[in-house]
Design a protein around this ligand. Structure first.
Ligand SMILES: Nc1ncnc2c1ncn2[C@@H]1O[C@H](COP(=O)(O)OP(=O)(O)OP(=O)(O)O)[C@@H](O)[C@H]1O
Ligand SMILES: O=C(O)[C@@H](O)C(=O)CO
Length: 425
């Protein structure tokens, strides 16, 4: 297999979002969970998205895993590697976007790396280096209350400069609007001024096409799904990849009970849970009890077992920002995140042991914990449910064929869970 594009995603929902975009644009794409073992049979593809769970771990470990994935992808022929970050630039002053950028840039021998989290389809745009979520600057959006990485600054030039060892410049919209050549010239100028990265404005898909064409002149780029769209269109326009029709469904339909697990505390997920509560049973886990009682997961499984032969069930730890911060003050942010992720992963395993084969998970960290526990090695891309969330068909799962949807916390409309279950039926 010779890859035309290699991608490394810093979380699993982000990986399926990017893989969905690439598949939609005509690239044969699969999502792997980490670096696959040599014995995993993979189909012939144009792009692989290696999913890592490195958004919120120690920077040194994130760097090590990203570098190993980068080496693996390049050994399989990928000339260009995209590092997929969140469209809301989820990170802290310690990283991990800056440290990973610095190390991948050094490995690729690049001078100034193009960075853009813009993804206009989901309302993420960048202007004068400032990230907007819909109409709100990042620091006024719900991301200001994120449980792991609250975002308090919309100016990404500043945000990235705090994380990266190198200086950070800007390719502004006026330059992007002039096209790929103008972007390449600006990057060369920023390189000669000593910048290691360039936040790049983008508002419309045409901006992303110019950005993709410019990025492909280099060996590395960093961004969200919008950048993936630009790279895919650039590869097809250059004739490097032939456009393939997306195959919507692989294999036989998967039967068996369906369940939803939610660990995301985003406003979008909270609304989706409230909406689903009108039509299906929802178990709201008590996070305080999850922190203290070992049998809480077992109780949730007993609750689900009584219902899931008749109806899909939802089990959620999600709370509003005030409750999240109370819990974190009491037990510490990392401890809370990890204990709840572990509990939801244990519940996922118990559900699958009881026959669940269709599973929706809300939240990137939560999805990482669940998919790791289920030890699913890779996914084929199925139908798109909403922008950024595809149906995923397991490859090589020890539980037999499964279909999953890994929903980024902020994605999807209020009826997402019912809509997804209908498509996954
Ligand atoms: N009630 C709660 N109180 C505090 N933390 C919680 C609670 N429920 C879940 N968590 C933790 O909050 C974090 C949510 O992160 P996760 O990545 O799953 O969702 P998200 O950030 O909304 O999604 P995405 O990364 O896809 O945007 C997880 O670490 C989870 O364990
Ligand atoms: O880019 C996004 O917003 C998502 O794919 C994501 O990474 C959320 O975890």
């Amino acid at each position: 297999m010779t890859l035309s594009l290699g991608c490394i995603a810093d979380d699993y929902t982000g990986a399926s979002d990017l893989a969905n975009t690439l598949a939609k644009e005509g690239l044969r794409t699969i999502q792997t969970i980490g670096i696959p073992t040599d014995d995993l049979a993979l189909p012939e593809v144009d792009a692989i998205v290696v999913s890592l769970k490195i958004r919120s771990i120690a920077a040194s470990e994130a760097v090590e895993r990203a570098r190993a994935s980068d080496r693996w992808l390049r050994e399989r022929g990928a000339d260009h590697v995209m590092y997929k970050i969140c469209s809301t630039f989820d990170s802290t002053d310690k990283g991990n976007i800056g440290p990973v950028l610095d190390s991948l840039r050094a490995d690729a021998g690049e001078t100034t790396v193009l960075v853009t989290p813009a993804f206009p389809q989901t309302g993420r745009t960048v202007y004068q280096g400032n990230l907007f979520v819909g109409a709100a600057p990042l620091n006024e959006s719900p991301l200001k209350d994120h449980p792991l990485n609250p975002m308090h600054d919309a100016n990404l030039v500043r945000v990235l400069a705090r994380q990266s060892a190198a200086a950070v410049g800007l390719v502004d919209l006026a330059i992007v609007a002039r096209g790929a050549e103008a972007i390449v010239e600006r990057l060369a100028r920023l390189a000669s001024d000593g910048n290691g990265a360039a936040i790049t404005d983008a508002v419309f898909e045409s901006d992303l096409e110019a950005i993709g064409a410019a990025a492909l002149r280099q060996r590395l780029s960093i961004g969200a799904s919008g950048l993936g769209l630009g790279l895919a269109r650039g590869l097809i326009a250059a004739g490097t990849v032939r456009r393939h029709q997306r195959t919507a469904v692989y294999g036989k339909p998967v039967a068996g009970p369906a369940a939803v697990l939610a660990g995301s505390c985003s406003q979008a997920t909270l609304k989706q849970i409230a909406n689903a509560e009108q039509t299906m049973p929802v178990l709201r886990l008590d996070p305080e009890k999850l922190m203290n009682r070992r049998d809480e997961a077992q109780l949730a499984l007993d609750w689900a077992a009584e219902r899931m032969a008749r109806t899909p069930v939802i089990i959620a730890s999600s709370s509003n920002p005030d409750d999240v911060s109370r819990l974190q003050t009491r037990y510490g942010r990392d401890a809370v995140g990890q204990v709840i992720e572990r509990s939801l992963a244990a519940i996922a395993e118990g559900l699958v042991e009881r026959g669940v084969r269709r599973l929706i998970v809300a939240g990137g960290e939560t999805s990482g914990a669940v998919v790791d526990r289920l030890a699913i090695p890779a996914f084929q891309l199925g139908q798109e449910i909403v922008a950024g969330v595809p149906v995923l068909h397991s490859i090589g799962s020890r539980h037999g064929d499964m279909v999953l949807a890994l929903k980024s916390g902020n994605f999807g409309g209020e009826s997402f869970f019912a809509d997804a279950l209908a498509i996954m039926a």
